[in-house]
Design a protein around this ligand. Structure first.
Ligand SMILES: Nc1ncnc2c1ncn2[C@@H]1O[C@H](COP(=O)(O)OP(=O)(O)OP(=O)(O)O)[C@@H](O)[C@H]1O
Ligand SMILES: [Mg+2]
Length: 239
């Protein structure tokens, strides 16, 4: 059966990925299957080197598995050309990384506008509409006052929440967040978690969060544990 069950916004089937060859080969993912419904907030815990970022890179269509496939909104993605994958990334997925990756020579507002400006859909929407939406997102996360500042002129927590606004700009179905609070203090980290959780609840955006923070993970609807390239669900966790 080629088609994934349509109730899943994102599904991984039997993903395998190794790095390197021969004796030096590392099996980073060993047959990982995983499915997420719209609006689910999923946390993935696991030790360093267990394969969490590798999995997120596959789910985000940034890298390809050796075998298995990733389905987005029920569609297979492995066989797609890079152009089609880039389009899916831009329209369906939002990314938040451990280090915010905002471009330092542009203002916070400009950074947030980029995904809309490079999207094909944006050609139909006007710049002023995109700008209005970006400002709305900044307001929603309490960041309106930093819109015209450069990333070096705001705090780490503010940068990370601005990166979240950028991830939301194209109204993605799925947010992939790899240790988004890794370099933040407790209070700012909690704010980012709270924002992610609210998004999942209010906008039906599926959130897949990789974290080392077990306390935060317990706020998720579902919790998974990654160990030596294998993923298992931690049962009995309920938000
Ligand atoms: N590009 C690469 N080339 C070779 N090996 C790699 C590459 N990327 C990851 N690995 C290896 O694959 C395994 C999984 O790495 P991955 O980055 O997915 O771990 P992780 O769970 O995200 O760890 P961390 O919590 O430290 O971020 C590790 O053994 C790592 O050394
Ligand atoms: Mg990692």
């Amino acid at each position: 059966m080629d088609k994934a069950e349509s109730s899943y916004v994102l599904e991984a089937r039997n993903l395998k990925k190794s790095y390197g060859k021969g004796e030096n080969s590392v099996a980073a993912l060993k047959d990982v299957s995983f499915a997420v419904k719209p609006g689910e907030f999923v946390a993935i815990l696991g030790p360093s080197g267990s394969g969490k970022s590798t999995l997120l890179n596959m789910l985000g269509l940034m890298d390809q598995p050796d075998s298995g496939d990733v389905f987005i909104a029920g569609k297979k993605t492995l066989a797609l050309k890079e152009e089609a994958r880039a389009l899916l990334r831009n329209e369906k997925l939002g990314f938040v990384f451990q280090f915010d990756a905002l471009l330092s020579e542009f203002t916070i507002l400009e950074n947030i506008l980029f995904p809309a400006l490079i999207s094909t859909r944006a050609k139909k929407a006007s710049y002023s509409e995109a700008r209005k939406r970006a400002l709305g997102l900044l307001e929603h996360l309490g960041l309106l006052q930093i819109a015209e500042r450069y990333p070096s002129q705001v705090s780490g927590g503010e940068r990370q929440r601005a990166a979240l606004c950028r991830a939301l700009m194209n109204q993605p179905d799925i947010i992939l967040a790899d240790e988004p609070t890794g370099n933040l203090d407790k209070a700012n980290g909690e704010m980012v978690f709270k924002d992610l959780e609210a998004l999942a609840r209010q906008r039906l955006t599926a959130v897949i969060l990789v974290t080392h923070n077990e306390e935060a993970a317990l706020k998720a609807f579902r919790v998974f544990h990654m160990q030596d390239g294998a993923l298992s669900e931690v049962l009995g966790v309920q938000s």
